[in-house]
Design a protein around this ligand. Sequence first.
Ligand code: AMP
Length: 404
Amino acid sequence: MSTFQNHNFKNEKALIRVDFNVPIKKGVIGDDTRITSALPTIKKVLDDGGCVVLMSHWGRPIKDMEKKPELTKADFSLKPVAEHLAKLLGVEVQFADDCISDDAAASAAALQPGQVLLLENLRYYKEEEKGDVAFAEKLSKYGDVYVNDAFGTAHRAHASTAIIAQFFPGDKKMFGLLMESEIIAADQVLNNNTKPFVAIVGGAKVSDKILIIENLLEKATDIIIGGGMAYTFFKAQSGHIGNSLCEDDRLDMALDLLKKAEAKGVCIHLPSDSIIADKFAADANTSSSLSNEIPAGWMGLDIGLMAVAQFKKIIGESKTILWNGPMGVFEMDKFQHGTKAIAMAVADATAAGAYSLVGGGDSVAAVNKFHLADKVSYVSTGGGAMLEYFEGKELPGIAAIQNS
Ligand code: AMP
């Protein structure tokens, strides 16, 4: 396997799978983080004297057009991205209206060093998500070197993310800079960590996080469980949780996890108290309570002050920190304190020398909301992919390049 950094792209055509699945409303790009994150990879190829063919998916055109016949392909076009990217790069970005047409092939063939071509949405074709080999082979003809820089889709065995790699020899397929940094960060936490290693897992549902917690039982010293999912654990231990979120069909599983943790010597920490509310609303009346003694009619929507102190101590003593999922309903001001305090504790521990990785949609949204993204060691861009990585699964987009 070659590394991107060491490869010289002079007079080569790099076919780069990027993740340009950014919010677009009426042709206007919203948060462009995914585009800006791909710039270093694109610029390196251009600076070397190579040219770039970019490919990405956007949304779910086939499924959405089936559900809503008023939608057309134009509603899923990557054209606005080409215009935005041109501004960011300061280089013209050519656009191919169809990712697999003769025109696209001709445009790719005619590219000169320094030039950039963006292909239209790969998911106009059902073959992309099906991982169709012939479709992948057609795409592979557009480049001399295949670069995968789309960590956000690395958990999918799609044509452009995994299947395509087989059409390039070992020294002509590699990860882009973004993907490489995601893999290094995840590996640092999972496999090269310095102990104590605390995993902070929050969010709504235990069922979504069960595989992660099970895998972390093999790796972590401490696991902090916060957010709505904590109440399933309290109920499983005969606690009173009022109207708090609970998955009644997961009570046995929660008990089982606690037992497994004990057997492995991993400390699971639940929030001893909670900020409770009389309804799920920003203007709810609030109070505080022990998390296993929540009165009827009330619900836990944030961790309480004792829990914050309890969790801050553990985080402060840790050398490796993984954080996935908020501690409460941080979107509402009344219930953001716990998540904010934990974000600040992670930032403080990082400043004191710990390695911290924040991954998964809502915890990333939280560190951004509290302006702490640059105070942690790494913020992952790949929500689902990062989750699967921490569940211990092999990601097809990584395996396709690493194992050949
Ligand atoms: P997840 O996508 O599973 O990480 O869940 C994130 C969501 O969980 C956020 O939208 C939070 O508002 C929500 N959440 C966190 N804590 C609670 C809670 N105690 N009760 C209800 N929802 C919560």
